[in-house]
Design a protein around this ligand. Structure first.
Ligand SMILES: Nc1ncnc2c1ncn2[C@@H]1O[C@H](COP(=O)(O)OP(=O)(O)O)[C@@H](O)[C@H]1O
Ligand SMILES: O=P(O)(O)OC[C@H]1O[C@](O)(COP(=O)(O)O)[C@@H](O)[C@@H]1O
Ligand SMILES: [Mg+2]
Length: 326
C-alpha cells in the first residue's frame, strides 16, 4: 500500500446533484483509513487562493440528500496558467497534502491531468456532471437526477401541448453533449431530438411538420440540447416559424432547474461508491485515473481517455426515436 497521509477533495466546474454524497464518501473513507482530509473550497480557485479547511466526519453530516455542493464550485482562469497552478501546489505542499480527489467534468479532469503531470501530487477523478459527457463510466454523478427533472418538466409541458395541439420546442442542458436530450426525449416520447453529436435532417422534420400542420394537428414535441446543431430552442423555434408561418410554436428552456434538487437514489449510490474507491485508488498509488462504474462494477480509466467521450455517443438510439414517434 502506498502511504497517503493527507488528501484534498474539491468539486469543480458545473455542480451536479450527488456531489455532496461523493464528498461525504471521500471524507469518511479517508478518516476510516487514518488519513487527514481537507476540503478545498470553490474548486481550483480555492486551491490557488488557499481556501482549504480540514474536514471531520461531522463536517459532512446531513448532506447526502442535498443538491449543489457544500464545498462550492467555480471555473478558475488562474488555474489555467502555470503561475496559478504553482500557487496551488505551494498551498497543498504547505499543508502536506499528498493526494487529490477532483469531482467534476471533462474540464476539471483536464486541469487535474495538467497539474499531476507538473507536480508530485497524484490526482484521482470522480465524474460529477449532469452532462454525462465522460468516457469510461456508464453514468456520471447528477445525470440521473437531471434527466428525471427534465422528464418531470416535459411531462407537464406535454399536457398543455396536447390540449392545444401545439408544437413545443423544449431546450435541455448540454452545451456540447446530447445525453440529457436523448434520454429525456425518449422517455417523454419526443417526436424529434436534436443533439450536438449527430447531424439532423431538418428538411425531413419540416416536411413532416408541414403535413401535420395541413391536417391542423401540429401536436409535436422537439427536445433540443442547448448546444444543438442549429443553436438552442429559440433558434429552432424561429427556424420552424420561418418555414411554417402558420404553426403555433412555443419554446421552453428548462435551464438550471436541471442542475439543482435532491439527488436520486441512483446518484447517491454511485457517488458513495465512487468516493469510497477514489480514496482506495490513492492508497494503491494510482494517479491520473478516473473512478467510473461500468456494468455496475467499479472501473478505472486514465483521465486522458475519460475526457474523450464523444466517441461513445450511441446514435442508434436516435433511430429508436424515429420509429417510436412515427
Ligand atoms: N487545460 C486546462 N488546464 C488547466 N486547468 C483547466 C484546463 N481545462 C479546464 N481547467 C480547469 O477546470 C475548470 C472546470 O472546467 P469546466 O470545463 O468549466 O467544467 P467541467 O469540469 O464541469 O467540464 C476550469 O475552470 C479550469 O480552472
Ligand atoms: O454554469 P453555467 O455557466 O450556466 O454552465 C452551463 C453548462 O453547464 C452544464 O450544466 C454542465 O456542464 P459541465 O458539467 O461541463 O460544467 C452544461 O450542461 C451547461 O451548458
Ligand atoms: Mg464539461
Amino acid at each position: 500500500m502506498h502511504k497517503v497521509t493527507k488528501i484534498g477533495v474539491l468539486t469543480s466546474g458545473g455542480d451536479s446533484p450527488g456531489m455532496n454524497a461523493a464528498v461525504r464518501a471521500v471524507v469518511r473513507t479517508g478518516i476510516y483509513h487514518g488519513i487527514d482530509v481537507y476540503g478545498i473550497n470553490r474548486g481550483y480557485s480555492g486551491m490557488v487562493e488557499n481556501d482549504i479547511v480540514k474536514m471531520e466526519s461531522r463536517s459532512v453530516a446531513n448532506i447526502i440528500q442535498r443538491g449543489g455542493t457544500i464545498l462550492k464550485t467555480s471555473r478558475s482562469k488562474e488555474f489555467m496558467t502555470p503561475e496559478g497552478r504553482q500557487k496551488a501546489y505551494n498551498n497543498l505542499k504547505a499543508l502536506g497534502i499528498d493526494g487529490l480527489v477532483v469531482i467534476g467534468g471533462d474540464g476539471s479532469f483536464n486541469g487535474a491531468q495538467v497539474f499531476s503531470n507538473e507536480f508530485d501530487i497524484p490526482c484521482i477523478g470522480i465524474p460529477g456532471t449532469i452532462d454525462k459527457d465522460i468516457a469510461g463510466t456508464d453514468f456520471t454523478i447528477g445525470f440521473d437526477t437531471a434527466v428525471n427533472t427534465a422528464v418531470e418538466a416535459i411531462d407537464k409541458i406535454r399536457d398543455t401541448m396536447d390540449a392545444h395541439d401545439r408544437l413545443f420546442v423544449v431546450e435541455v442542458m448540454g452545451r456540447d453533449a446530447g445525453y440529457i436530450a436523448l434520454h429525456s426525449g425518449i422517455a417523454t416520447g419526443a417526436e424529434n431530438i436534436i443533439v450536438p453529436e449527430a447531424k439532423t435532417d431538418i428538411e425531413e422534420i419540416i416536411k413532416s411538420l408541414t403535413e401535420k400542420e395541413k391536417r391542423k394537428k401540429l401536436v409535436n414535441l422537439i427536445v433540443v440540447a442547448e448546444g444543438g446543431e442549429f443553436g438552442g430552442a429559440d433558434e429552432v423555434g424561429k427556424l420552424i416559424k420561418s418555414r411554417i408561418p402558420t404553426a403555433d410554436v412555443r419554446v421552453c428552456i428548462l435551464g438550471h432547474i436541471q442542475r439543482g434538487g435532491s439527488p436520486t437514489c441512483f446518484d447517491r449510490l454511485i457517488a458513495s461508491r465512487m468516493g469510497f474507491h477514489a480514496v482506495e485508488c490513492l492508497m494503491l498509488g494510482k494517479n491520473n485515473v478516473m473512478v467510473g462504474v461500468v456494468n455496475n462494477r467499479m472501473h478505472y480509466t486514465p483521465l486522458n481517455a475519460a475526457v474523450k467521450a464523444k466517441e461513445k455517443f450511441n446514435k442508434d438510439w436516435l433511430k429508436i426515436v424515429k420509429i417510436l414517434a412515427s
